[in-house]
Design a protein around this ligand. Sequence first.
Ligand SMILES: Nc1ncnc2c1ncn2[C@@H]1O[C@H](COP(=O)(O)OP(=O)(O)OP(=O)(O)O)[C@@H](O)[C@H]1O
Length: 257
Amino acid sequence: MGCRTAMSLIRIDNLTLTYRRHPAVHHLSGVIRKGSLTAVAGPNGAGKSTLLKAIMGEIRPSEGRIEHALTAHDFGYLPQAVEINRRFPISVLDTVMLGAWRRVGAFGRTGREETDRAREALSTVGLEGFERREIGSLSAGQFQRVLFARLLLQDAQVILLDEPFTAIDARTTRDLIDLVAGWHGAGRTVIAVLHDLEQVRSHFPETLLLARELIGWGATGDVLTPANLLSMRSMAERWDEDAEVCQPDGKLGRTAA
Ligand SMILES: Nc1ncnc2c1ncn2[C@@H]1O[C@H](COP(=O)(O)OP(=O)(O)OP(=O)(O)O)[C@@H](O)[C@H]1O
């Protein structure tokens, strides 16, 4: 136990996250260990994306804390595909180069060496020769490969992936899962929001099962049990989208009129 505590990278303590007083994540506590590979699973609207944004510091807790000694540059983030505007006229190479910009900062140098690294990252994700293409002309799978190349260039300590394999074919998914495994092997900390529980079971040693409240967090085999999945579904069915207050027993409830 002492060893696990010493390796803790991010500590979440009684965390509640809200949008205009409506709770999206409720009283979550736990630890993300350095070098761990964690899947965040749960139904639509469970607060998974909200949690990633809070870990990066984009959303402030309305209650509780997220403790770590990381800065914004330590986080590499892959947003959900629906959040990305691909109509911006930018080339594949420049998109990947944004990874270097995130790492070295707006005033850092991104010279020849970084360009070579960006080309190398594109080749690693199987997109050699795509450098000058505009991102809007790529297929969904090719674009996801570009975003992974950008993360390779960024080389962040903590990598947060929001549904990285949604609408991606089997071969591309396999290639991208290999990259995730590579990050894990290199000691990076990876947290990925996933819906496919078979993918989680096969490739992610740890799982955080979230239904606004915590259902389970630990070794994937211990968390993805029939009992936990049942309780996740029944909690999702009972959600009250208008809930505002936290009742003393920790359940979500509506403000008395
Ligand atoms: N910007 C926002 N403003 C208001 N409410 C929001 C906002 N973003 C998310 N929410 C609400 O917070 C709750 C959790 O949303 P979140 O996107 O974190 O869930 P999720 O688990 O990632 O869902 P999915 O699997 O559908 O992507 C939902 O009820 C959602 O409507």
